[in-house]
Design a protein around this ligand. Sequence first.
Ligand code: ADP
Ligand code: ZN
Ligand code: ZN
Length: 725
Amino acid sequence: MVGGDILKIDVLVELKAKGINQTFTYLVPDIIMDKIKIGIRVLVPFGNLKLEGFVIGFNYNDVDYKLKSIIDIIDNEPILTKEMLELGKYISNKTLCNLISAYQTMLPRALKAKNGFNVNKKYVTYLKLLDNNYIPKNDKQKDIIDILKKNDAAKSTLVSISSSSVKTLLDKNIIMEVKREVYRINNDDIKEECKIILNSDQERVVKRVLECRNQFKPFLLHGVTGSGKTEVYMHIIDEIIKDNKEVIVLVPEISLTPQFVNIFKKRFGNMIAILHSGLNDGEKYDEWRKIINGEVKIAIGARSCVFAPLTNIGMIIIDEEHTDTYKQENNPRYNAIDIALRRAKTYNCPIILGSATPSIESYTRAKSNIYELLILNKRVNNTMPLVKLVDMKNEIRKGNTIFSSLLKESINKCLMSNEQVIILLNRRGYSTVITCKDCGYTIKCPNCDIPLTYHKSGNKLNCHYCDYITYKPNECPNCHSKNFSNLGMGTEKLEEEVKKEFKCKVIRMDIDTTSRKGSHERIINDFKNKKYDILIGTQMISKGLDFDDVTLVGVINGDASLNIPDFRSSERTFALLNQVAGRSGRSKKEGKVIIQGFNLDHYSIVMASKHDYIGFYNEEMNIRRLLKYPPYFNLTLIKISGLKYDDIYNESHKIFNYLKTNIKQSILLGPSNCNIPKINNKYYMQIIIKYKNTNLIMDSLRFINDKYRKDNKVNVDIDINPKNL
Ligand code: ADP
Ligand code: ZN
Ligand code: ZN
């Protein structure tokens, strides 16, 4: 054998030290040479360590230093397909993350390149008939043999007939044991025929999408709550899988309720793999294997399901496309919608982004024909719920601090006619924002139109976008009330108040009551089965739930989310109110919605009460244009953190000056303290860049990212198109 025949491979490994983002070349011992494929994991020596890494290529260059050999292979078949290897490079490029982090994020935990972690495969012992001519010696034996004549059966079932007979038959070699690897989750047997006939609007949407089934084509499906979007998706999926192609369906994590999942299971049975955070590592690994082994045609799941290793994709569906959680909030900061668009392009297939309240960015793309707009503007039952706004300033004067007279009356009416009520309290209102208790006024930044945050030290109000500072006034600048402090009531307190006020059964759904596995499901089922009259909750209850008997939705502090210091808070408020209103009157009975608050003439609330998305969109776009926010400008957020304030202060200013000299045609804000300037003894500052063309700033961002990668005093984190500021 000549020297050139020695096989060298490039292996990407993960080292905790952040600086490492490179591949290392290894030799392959002759005996496993045939087993090396690009995309498998191998075990390699690295200093004194043994590490797992991904084989990402063969290396044909001559090297003048001594190479080490790999120790062994881990996978027989690639766990990263060619498409995934490319996709990882794209993510690394677009989000400035290490290539290895990109690959790791695409895989379930059991398949990441890690050490000391193993998922046990699950086996079940089956019994198999060996001697077909055996004549049973008693009834029990006969029962067992009869079953096995038809098919192999699980040992546990046959043992329950008679364990001694099973033992005898085994001893005599009439039957034998076989171990089979099984999936932990099985969706067999529950398939039901679809009985729903689409209405003409739904029909039109399905037809249009299917016309484009063989080309890359992004659609924005704007369909009001209850317009039957889910039904539309399922009809489209049906057609695509008849064609022997595959479908990815992304839904927000909180929509992955058993209710939602069961609808799909009933329709598609064992054709689906479901990936969500409620599964343990073994279950996730099994669902992943079903996909890799080509046993399923549909992958349904939250954000990371966009990486489902399907290889013949014919359609991608993203439900509730406006949801923030499609963007990953930690490294790698990828947006699942971008990835989905890219995969749809790769497979030349359509992609549907669906929502009742499309994100401002998506709707703008639809208006400029980047996406094709499809509309469902009527509910299946043809009635939208009636929305009433109740100003709590007047109610407080009457002594109603929590429930307005109207809400009280309406709840009592519902309870009397045996109907159900949902009450939403979005308690995410930051207490660091100062609001007038009498008139609802909040002091905002004159430059950025977002609420100023209160800093106790120095009694100051501060804008965390642009660093504008002012003293906190002692009275409300609007109504001169001295009651100028922060609002605050959580769901737990509300539950107490509801129980005091109304004679009925109440259940609460929020992070605290749903932390245990299965509790989310239990609350929903109990409420659906009418064990409770009133469901109280945070935004968790606003999505996807479909209860026939809910005819009233009450919203407490409907304007509280406007006080979150983020330029998207109007958009989120509109979406939240729209979603929660959509829970009322979904079936035969007419629905009603009552929104209480202090600041109800804000356009996001007025438009939500009229179910007017376009009206909201137009108002919001005016503000976005005036204040240079997306979609008119792109944003990048640079966060600088560290243990010493002086360090982050100095480095923040260095970065700011570097950006100032190096990127033209952009607006730089900061450096300013973050909204929460100190967490866990670490200080945080930020710089915001507003710009038109991403390509013009990428080189500078990459330079900063590389420069601070190895810095041990400050940490610099770059978020391109952030969802939260
Ligand atoms: P969305 O996802 O737009 O909020 P869904 O798809 O959940 O709406 O539909 C709302 C309700 O209407 C569901 O209970 C669904 O089963 C029902 N539905 C949808 N389409 C039809 C139809 N064509 N005929 C009868 N009922 C339908
Ligand atoms: Zn006031
Ligand atoms: Zn400002």
